[in-house]
Design a protein around this ligand. Structure first.
Ligand code: IYR
Length: 222
């Protein structure tokens, strides 16, 4: 058994209540400005910014601190094109056969369609993989705990960090994603979780006129 090691919580900062309120409101205002964007500029983004945002995402809590995620950052145009071609094939099938009428109706207000030009236009596609299990140094299969929760939290933190830095993103999930393992040479213990499309919005980017639910609808204090 590994030895238990602890250290004091030197990172924690306690703020006066007024400052806490100000900070919470400031963060809320910043988060309210975040929009999912589907129309990207081809303007390049400094790789260092992406690296910093990934480092921030990697501070996420995870089951047993196993950090069961891989972030594959694609900027190579040929690879982006390959991903676009594979994804559009799946989307064509989705919109013409797989999706129920109810599902297509639920998406109507987002203005989505099978063509995915942003997969080539955006400077970065971050393919996020869940590590369902791993292998120890001695080759023993190691179970991972609360993988989807962990990867979801890290992805949320990545989206937040990218937004905070001044970039936009799109959470993109074609209905089948295993093609990403092949294109990106990822092992089978890694299951594609989503493609996060990252960059600047195009000059003429439009976003759907949608609202978030009010607090009273999403929360209850008991
Ligand atoms: N993957 C398809 C369909 C789609 C599904 C959901 I749920 C969305 O929130 C948005 C789109 C597409 O990207 O077009």
């Amino acid at each position: 058994m590994a030895e238990k090691k602890f250290q004091s919580l030197t990172e924690y900062c306690k703020f006066p209540e007024a400052e806490m309120k100000r900070r919470a409101l400031e963060f809320y205002a910043e988060m309210m400005r975040r929009r999912t964007v589907r129309s990207f500029s081809d303007q390049p983004v400094d790789r260092n910014i992406i690296e910093i945002c990934l480092r921030a995402a990697s501070t996420a809590p995870s089951g047993a601190n196993q950090q069961p995620w891989s972030f594959i950052v694609v900027s190579d145009h040929a690879v982006k094109r390959e991903i676009r071609e594979a994804a559009e094939k799946i989307e064509k099938e989705f919109y013409s056969k797989k999706a129920t009428e109810k599902w297509v109706n639920a998406l109507e207000h987002l203005g989505t369609f099978p063509s995915k030009p942003f997969l080539e236009t955006a400077p970065y596609l971050i393919a996020i993989f869940s590590q369902l299990y791993s292998y120890s140094a001695s080759g023993e299969k190691k179970k991972h705990y609360y993988v989807s929760e962990s990867v979801g939290i890290a992805t949320g933190m990545l989206i937040t960090g990218l937004h905070h830095a001044g970039l936009v993103s799109l959470t993109y999930t074609p209905s089948k994603m295993r093609f990403l393992n092949k294109i990106l040479s990822r092992p089978l213990n890694e299951k594609p979780y989503m493609i996060l499309v990252v960059g600047y919005p195009s000059e003429d980017a439009l976003v759907p006129a949608i609202q978030k639910k009010p607090l009273e609808e999403i929360a209850e204090f008991v």
